[in-house]
Design a protein around this ligand. Sequence first.
Ligand SMILES: [Zn+2]
Length: 450
Amino acid sequence: MRSIVLVAILLLAGVSPVMGNSTAQQPDIVQEHWYHSYLTLTLDVQAWAEDYPEIVLLTVAGQTELGKNLWVVQISDWTQNTKPDGTQKEIVYIDGGHHGNEHLGTELAFLTAEYYIEGWGAGDQDVIDVLTTTEIHILIMLNADGNDIDTRWNLNQVDLNRNYDHYWNTCPTTQPGSSAFSESETLANSNYMNTVVTDADLYVTMHTGVWIMLYPWGKWPDQPSDWELFHGIREEVHTNISDIPIQNANQGLYPNCGTSRDYGYGVMGFPTFTFETDDEQWLLGTIEPLSDRLGEELDVMKYLIDNVWYWRARLTIEEITIEDDVVNFDVVNDGRASTRNATLQYLNEETDEILWQSDNFTVNITSRISVSTNGFDYDNGVWRLSYQKRIINSAQWVNETVDESLVSIIKVEDDSFLLGYGLFNPLSMIMALSVVAILKPELSEVETSE
Ligand SMILES: [Zn+2]
């Protein structure tokens, strides 16, 4: 019944006239009910690039096994290379269509792009704010060959979402390919991650199968080291937006290895979700308009994109005081990810040589700590804060210059100098040992691994 009505709608809408017109998108009634083929997607993304050159750059990440282009829509206010304050824009990476029979996942990737592009065109201030500060890269249809014949597999009968180079073929699985990245689609996707969006603070890969959002790992039942980040997002989504289940992939679904999600997190260090938008597979269209059907899922995407700034550690030094050779400082984390192995460093500006650095410290999500380390006896250098964006080993390092004006030097009484208050003075040594003793519980946490 459902498919008969659908065919009637599509006949009324008239699909064929669209094909010849390269500057117009599909009429809304087609877009809302008929899932994309490679051809209609190509027409739509080309029309976006033509109609909105200031915010849409259309690029190609590579080709499918059959030679179809892997279109990536890059959406941002491209008239500015940075945010208004001169800092680097946040980066979001999204892909859809690993499995050619999971059309609603592909359509959510398309709708996400459409929301930001059309919102910009309509002057929506929220959208303008996002595109002024954020780059959104969307590879809408990865398995274009499989999509057009409505099959899960690619041309070589490989499950693309088992073909990534992260514990490839180490789970009970079917059709992972002859080796990691044996397929042109997955190889192209990983190249894009490794060359264009290496700094992404959000990666969402879109599928259908069960209505659920999955965070790493698929390989292990254990929670990932950044579990606080994922649990925090789950809490906010459930409180404010949607009841969609959000779970570790291994427990929420089943053990799976070589997925783009585990690769995105485990190798690239991105906060990553698999967004399973629906339980529908193998249908080519929908009676309920797509924007209604996927409205709640799009709201979740808007939340994840709006808040991308928070999906990493964001450390700021509040003040530094130096008393004799002891450096004291307060650090605040405004991000929603924790960091370990952070240090405050003092460098020779010309040679970049680290002259002194604090003991390693840990800063949990949205918290403040005080650190005290001795052995400082330098000048003419610059201060730098060095830390990982997230706890996972593959997370990127951040090296931020610390403003010199935060430093204040507390002069000691002349008497102290008479006591010989140097680095190897017995009193200094006692102080140094007690600082190490205080920090010891934190140092032991440093030895983490995935
Ligand atoms: Zn899938």
